[in-house]
Design a protein around this ligand. Structure first.
Ligand code: 5GP
Ligand code: ZN
Length: 117
């Protein structure tokens, strides 16, 4: 989609700090981070919002979650348990959808937000 800023990031027409890329997905640092780790994970294919997804997107959506888990680990945010069994670390995954969901950029994206190590 020509006027979509995230499609322009996918096409490398505007710069971004890319942290992961494969045939289907791209992840880059949020330009206005809310935490030490704040990544955006997007499908390369333009999907405007979560209300637009269809059964044909099932594998892509699953891949997004698996990739989010992998990236969170790489950026030091994995959930872990200490010797006493208490949970430590972790991160938020967030998909804002539409005006009531606070969505600003209409290209589906998942925020990955954590404190890192
Ligand atoms: P939303 O509110 O749509 O869920 O979040 C959009 C996010 O995209 C915001 O956190 C905002 O900081 C980020 N963002 C908007 N424009 C750009 C950009 O050009 N580059 C990068 N890296 N992030 C952007
Ligand atoms: Zn787009």
């Amino acid at each position: 989609m020509t006027d979509c800023i995230f499609c322009k990031i996918v096409a490398k027409q505007i710069p971004s700090s890319i942290v992961y890329e494969d045939d289907d997905l791209l992840a880059f640092k949020d330009i206005r981070p809310h935490a030490p780790v704040h990544l955006l994970l997007i499908p390369k294919q333009h999907i405007s919002h979560l209300s637009e997804v269809e059964p044909s997107h099932q594998a892509l959506l699953g891949k997004m979650l698996l990739t989010a888990s992998k990236l969170a680990k790489e950026f030091g945010c994995a959930v872990r348990q200490d010797a006493d069994g208490n949970y430590r670390g972790g991160y938020k995954t967030l998909i804002n959808s539409g005006p009531d969901g606070g969505q600003e950029v209409y290209h589906l994206h998942m925020h990955i937000i954590g404190q890192g190590e």
